[in-house]
Design a protein. Structure first.
Length: 503
């Protein structure tokens, strides 16, 4: 909806009036969810009719206040796109006037939760990519879907000045339903399983039935040995976690598509209930990060994240997947998409890496053994002083923990590596979460060289490339001292040499 035009610029527009309806419906849902435990808690003292009456009165008051507040927000919020700036005015008593220079805008992302999708609305998030939190973004919540698409096209319509190679525009990747097999082997599954068990106990406590739930489970496992009862409970939690992980994957990645638009913007569209459209301008792309969580890596898969300048802190708060270009997929396909995204004939993430010295393996083995033996020693001492049961627990921890720690340490050593591949420096490290980062050499703004006394004795050091993109630092850990310095010097000639001591 347009309002009266200013004499000095284009007309102002309001966010969509259906925002008031959205707020009323969302608040009604929250009120119903809160009313159920409230009625259960009040009915014991007041009786069900009085408890329901108080709950309805509270719900009506909550919905009325929220709706009135959002109506005021709708009346007092307006925006416009001028020739050089995007402006947003909002507020009743304290009016906030904010604007972003169009030349600094780096992302225009669209999201819509299920209710917004039904009503044809989207939330538009316009960002400059500055590391200044909310001051670097404007949010229009909500506008019509067509208006959101128009804003995205207009604000990101730029020519790509230095396009390299002849890689195609249009669709680069789309959802393959076979990728869902990687969801149960991610770390999300056990976390969701634990959350499900905790949720059942919490909800049963709200309605005063926690004791009955615990007794019901205990009755089912009464004749089962303790060890097998624990195994059954863990398996039940894992099954629920796997089901939750599959559902979460479908919600996040349904209708996934990765596209390159003619203006030089990578666009990711995905989502089943909540639709998301995320844009990454290629001008701020500095590389890619091929991420392999342990379970996903064991199945030969990986996911692909963008290393970009200006990923603001408030964007990170929306979720760790904000810069994910490709969900977990077969590793060869991920490498192919990385090459397409970077406009390179071959993906730097697939380049052969320089291995690190055996001394780096020793460091990891020593740290793994210390981490595994510490709880064993504590339990053994307590067992000798208090009860023999702790001695058996210590023995179990040693039998399970020591081989596992050694295996992870050896895998961490095998994962170490670094190299230069064309215009990119590549570093790899990690075992539980292995990361292979390919960073443009031109994106390196400095080097940090660290060498502890233990590294010095082993002839090792860690070399960190600092950058304004992605995580801000990418490290070749425990590299050979002379080789690591040579790697940094060759990656960005002239940046490190002034600080090297010449013999």
């Amino acid at each position: 909806m347009s309002t009266a035009a200013d004499a000095t610029g284009p007309p102002w527009r309001r966010i969509h009036r259906r925002t008031v309806l959205v707020t009323a419906l969302v608040t009604a849902g929250v009120a119903v969810g809160a009313a159920v435990p409230a009625v259960a808690g009040l009915s014991g003292r007041l009786g069900y009719p009085a408890a329901i009456g108080w709950a309805l009165a509270g719900a009506a008051l909550l919905i009325g206040c929220a709706t009135a507040g959002d109506y005021v927000r709708w009346r007092r919020t307006r925006y416009r796109v001028a020739g050089e700036r995007v402006e947003l005015h909002t507020g009743l008593l304290l009016v906030k006037r904010r604007s972003l220079a169009r030349e600094r805008i780096r992302s225009v992302d669209l999201t819509a939760h299920p209710l917004q999708r039904i009503l044809g609305l989207v939330t538009v998030r316009i960002g400059t990519g500055d590391q200044t939190g909310g001051e670097s973004t404007l949010e229009l919540d909500p506008v019509a879907r067509a208006e959101g698409e128009r804003l995205r096209r207009d604000l990101l319509d730029r020519a790509l000045l230095d396009a390299r190679g002849t890689h195609r525009d249009g669709e680069l990747a789309r959802l393959d339903l076979r990728w869902i097999r990687y969801a149960p082997v991610s770390f999300v599954a056990p976390m969701l399983g634990g959350a499900a068990a905790g949720g059942v106990l919490q909800i049963s406590d709200w309605v005063g039935a926690q004791g009955e739930v615990i007794d019901w489970v205990a009755d089912r496992l009464r004749d089962t040995p303790l060890v097998w009862a624990i195994v059954v409970l863990v398996l039940a939690a894992l099954v629920s976690g796997i089901v939750g992980a599959l559902g979460l994957w479908v919600e996040m990645w349904w209708s996934y598509r990765l596209e390159r638009e003619p203006g030089g913007t990578l666009r990711v569209r995905r989502g089943l209930l909540t639709s998301r459209s995320l844009s990454v301008e290629e001008r701020r792309l500095r590389g890619v990060d091929l991420v392999e969580p342990l379970g996903v890596r064991l199945t030969g898969a990986a996911r692909l994240d963008a290393i970009t300048t200006g990923l603001a802190k408030d964007e990170e708060a929306q979720g760790a997947d904000h810069n994910t270009l490709l969900p977990a997929a077969p590793r060869p396909f991920v490498d192919a998409i990385a090459a397409e995204v970077l406009r390179e004939p071959l993906a730097p993430t697939g380049a052969p890496l320089t291995p690190h010295p055996p001394a780096a393996r020793g460091r990891r083995l020593r740290r793994a053994l210390m981490a595994a033996l510490a709880p064993v020693l504590v339990l053994a001492v307590l067992g000798a002083l208090l009860t023999p049961v702790l001695l058996w627990i210590a023995l179990g921890c040693a039998v399970v923990g020591l081989p596992l720690s050694v295996a992870l340490a050896l895998d961490a050593y095998r994962s170490l590596g670094h190299t230069l591949s064309g215009g990119y420096l590549v570093t790899r490290s990690g075992t539980v979460r292995r990361s292979t980062a390919a960073l443009q050499r031109s994106g390196v703004i400095g080097w940090t060289v660290r060498q502890s006394c233990f590294q010095r004795r082993a002839g090792l050091l860690s070399v960190t490339a600092t950058t304004a993109a992605g995580g801000g630092a990418y490290t070749a850990r425990d590299a050979d001292a002379s080789e690591g310095l040579a790697f940094a010097s060759e990656a960005v000639p002239g940046l490190l040499e002034p600080f090297l001591v010449r013999d």
